[in-house]
Design a protein around this ligand. Structure first.
Ligand code: SF4
Length: 477
């Protein structure tokens, strides 16, 4: 990266707008824009200020060897198990409920003798924490031990947009403190605790690498997964599938208003039970798939049990397409498990090389990833080859690029629920296109994942799960 790209990267990584950075440096925001587009170059004095502000050495801006942690993370050395992607948990948000719950459990276990806990939420966790139920889940996790929660809306110097500090007290004295990042899909990172991150089990980090390995060893993608995960992944994925089906069933049998105060009606049952006297097969397919996606998403919005696929907010897409195809074509549960594996591998590639967090890269990272996973699953079920599966998932994510995360009132309801249904239909469309057009494709999955990450980092923070932009803002006008 040159100095322009490094300034852009550091600014977006730290969730600073051009305006905000300009104010911090006491310059005009046009100057920041010119630096980032390479039209002009900061003065020596301003380079010093930038280095100090972002905590990097001055050489960072000029020395290719000092390239950022962004580049390092792009050179990931492996990928984690699919068990780290698919998790059974309570909605409505993997990064706002499951991640903080995991963080509090970890800290509670570490500080069994504490008599009081304080949690400080920053960034997106603070801005949409109440709508997403973060406060509720924290209180519940600490149980009988008193706790308080502080919402810090102003701190901008954060390692991740979903950051939280947890402090433990005993007899009014602080005895422990940690900083935790909820990085998406219910996973967390703890500052200074590298060894809590599960080990990588896959040796490849790109689709190209996976594909070449499969070709060299004459393996299908599913056989590749079994080789690295072991046979026990079958049982795990079967449990995931059963949980997904239970979420659909509960959602289709529930009525009423979703919690949170928006007065959103549950619609899955209504959609499912509608009949047109002359309903076409296309209309019926749309209605059925959407009703399944609504069913799971409404369960998620109620804080009920769902599977992260890859997140809570996007949990309706994958079950909807799989359930519909199982009923329509009679695929066995074993077939579905195989498809879950293949789609999960696509989700893993996105998680490793970009993000599955709406707070980090917008809704393209959640719904876009879910759609890419679902279309790869359909490719596997329909017997498409590895190139076609790659193309199906590439199409699916490509046409979600730039999708913002703007949940009204921080609730995972509008636009989230409908968005799951639309993405489920889009997955069916993507696999259909890939079936016919794979010979003509120009863009690889790896490239579109990289594009998704760059687009996500360039999005203004208002559109990354802060409820300060888009529909969430217009709603308040
Ligand atoms: S808009 Fe998308 S990313 Fe944001 S909370 Fe809703 S589903 Fe998740």
């Amino acid at each position: 990266m040159n100095y322009s790209e490094k300034i852009l990267y550091l600014r977006t990584k730290n969730n600073l707008s051009q305006d905000r950075l300009a104010k911090l440096l006491n310059i005009s925001n046009r100057a920041v824009s010119k630096w980032e587009t390479g039209i002009s170059r900061p003065s020596t004095d301003n380079f010093h200020k930038l280095a100090k502000l972002f905590g990097v050495p001055l050489e960072y801006f000029f020395d290719a060897a000092c390239d950022s942690d962004k580049q390092k993370s792009q050179q990931a050395t492996g990928m984690q198990s699919l068990k780290e992607l698919y998790k059974i948990g309570s909605g409505p948000s993997s990064s706002h409920t499951m991640g903080p719950e995991k963080a509090c459990r970890f800290f509670l276990k570490k500080n069994k003798n504490a008599d009081f806990f304080k949690v400080i939420l920053y960034g997106s966790l603070a801005k949409t924490g109440i709508g997403h139920g973060t406060d509720r889940v924290i209180k519940k996790t600490f149980g009988a031990i008193p706790s308080c929660i502080e919402f810090n809306y102003t701190e901008e110097d954060l390692p991740h947009s979903n950051t939280m500090d947890i402090l433990a007290f005993k007899n009014n004295a602080m005895i422990d403190k940690i900083r935790i990042m909820s990085i998406g899909g219910g996973s967390i990172e703890i500052e200074g605790y590298k060894n809590i991150t599960p080990d990588d089990i896959y040796i490849h980090t790109t689709f190209l690498g996976v594909k070449k390995y499969c070709e060299d060893n004459n393996l299908s993608i599913w056989q590749y997964i079994l080789k690295f995960e072991g046979e026990e992944i079958i049982e795990y994925l079967m449990k995931i599938w059963q949980t997904m089906k239970q979420s659909i069933s509960r959602g289709l049998n529930s009525e009423g208003i979703l919690p949170g105060g928006l007065n959103v009606q549950r619609k899955a049952k209504y959609l499912f039970s509608q009949r047109h006297i002359d309903e076409s097969s296309e209309t019926r397919e749309n209605r059925m798939v959407c009703s399944y996606a609504f069913a799971v998403s409404e369960e998620n919005a109620c804080g009920n049990t769902i599977v992260t696929a890859p997140t809570c907010g996007a949990s309706g897409v994958v079950p909807a397409v799989l359930y519909y195809q199982q009923l329509k074509k009679g695929f066995s549960d074993d077939d579905i498990v195989r498809a879950l594996g293949v789609g999960g591998l696509i989700g893993n590639l996105i998680k490793t090389n970009a993000s599955i967090s709406g707070a980090e890269c917008g809704c393209q990272a959640e719904i876009g990833s879910a759609c890419a996973m679902a279309s790869a699953m359909l490719g596997e079920l329909f017997g498409l080859d590895i190139e076609q599966i790659e193309y199906a998932s590439e199409i699916a994510i490509e046409h979600h690029l730039g999708l913002t995360c703007d949940p009204i009132c921080g609730l995972v309801q509008i636009p989230c629920i409908e968005r799951n249904a639309v993405a489920a239909m889009r997955a069916i469309n993507a696999v259909s296109l890939a079936n016919f057009l794979s010979d003509t494709r120009k863009i690889s999955l790896d490239k579109v994942i990289k594009t998704m990450k760059e687009t996500g980092y360039a999005l203004s923070k208002e559109y990354k799960e802060t409820s300060e932009g888009g529909l969430a803002k217009i709603w308040l006008d």
